[in-house]
Design a protein around this ligand. Structure first.
Ligand code: Z5A
Length: 211
């Protein structure tokens, strides 16, 4: 039976640099000969990507916080069952741009859903699955939003949120990292990308050295 793979997640507010770091880590792990896949949430499989489209696209009909929360978990349940668990079971490492910590931060911190309610959905959607390592790319919203909006894209529903919303999201991320320092690695993502990457690679290498 294959040794189970490692599950690494990247978290942070919009524009923190998660996609850039995920791309570089994927190349880095592949170069070491490690079987690895990269994915993202919401999304990662065809069905979960359809839910992503639904939850991120602006629409005239309002999406209440409860609906947003359940759609995040619907996409996650599909993603875990159809992609993440099979990959980890065959021994692949998984790099995932956001996972359940994003729900605690965005729907919990941002929207005000009680964290205990989110944790009970977590136990239902992916009992027993938790990241081995979570990289938190920490930036103040003023910097993250400027980077994200600097790309000149039309953006998604979340990009319409206020700085205060992203301050609450960031505060929950930092609170989660503080509560579980053995799983989280907080990286100052205001630093140049090269420096951020060095720290991300060092955290991943430390994981490679553990049984
Ligand atoms: N969401 C949720 O509410 N609940 C959930 O459970 C989940 C998600 C899973 C989609 O996420 C939205 O879903 C997200 C939360 C919500 N919305 N928000 N906000 P997403 O991950 O697909 O979208 P995103 O967070 O908006 O990603 P992003 O804007 O693409 O940011 P990023 O991936 O962290 O950044 P990047 O694309 O790597 O970098 C942005 C730019 O900055 C780019 O031009 C880079 O070259 C530049 N960059 C990156 N790092 C640096 C450094 N260190 N210095 C200078 N410039 C840099």
């Amino acid at each position: 039976m294959a040794t189970r793979g490692r599950f690494i997640t990247l978290e942070g507010i919009e524009g923190a640099g998660k996609s850039s770091v995920a791309r570089a880590l994927l190349q880095h792990l592949q170069a070491t000969g490690q079987a690895v896949i990269a994915s993202r949430e919401p999304g990662g499989t065809p069905m979960a990507e359809r839910i992503r489209e639904l939850v991120l696209t602006r629409s005239e009909e309002p999406l209440p916080a409860g609906g947003e929360l359940l759609l995040m978990f619907a996409a996650r349940a599909v993603h875990v069952s159809n992609l993440l668990e099979p990959a980890l079971a065959r021994g692949d490492w998984v790099l995932c741009d956001r996972f359940t910590d994003a729900t605690l931060a965005y729907q919990g911190g941002g929207r005000g859903v009680p964290l205990d309610d989110i944790l009970s959905l977590t136990r239902f959607a992916h009992p027993g699955l938790s990241p081995d390592l979570t990289l938190l790319l920490d930036v103040p919203p003023a910097i993250g939003l400027q980077r994200a909006r600097g790309r000149g894209e039309n953006g998604d529903r979340f990009e319409d949120e206020t700085v205060a919303f992203f301050d609450r999201v960031r505060a929950v991320y930092l609170q989660l990292a503080h509560a579980q320092p053995q799983r989280w690695c907080v990286i100052d993502a205001t630093a140049p990308l090269q420096r951020v990457l060095e720290q991300a690679k060092a955290a991943v290498q430390a994981l490679q050295g553990t049984p």
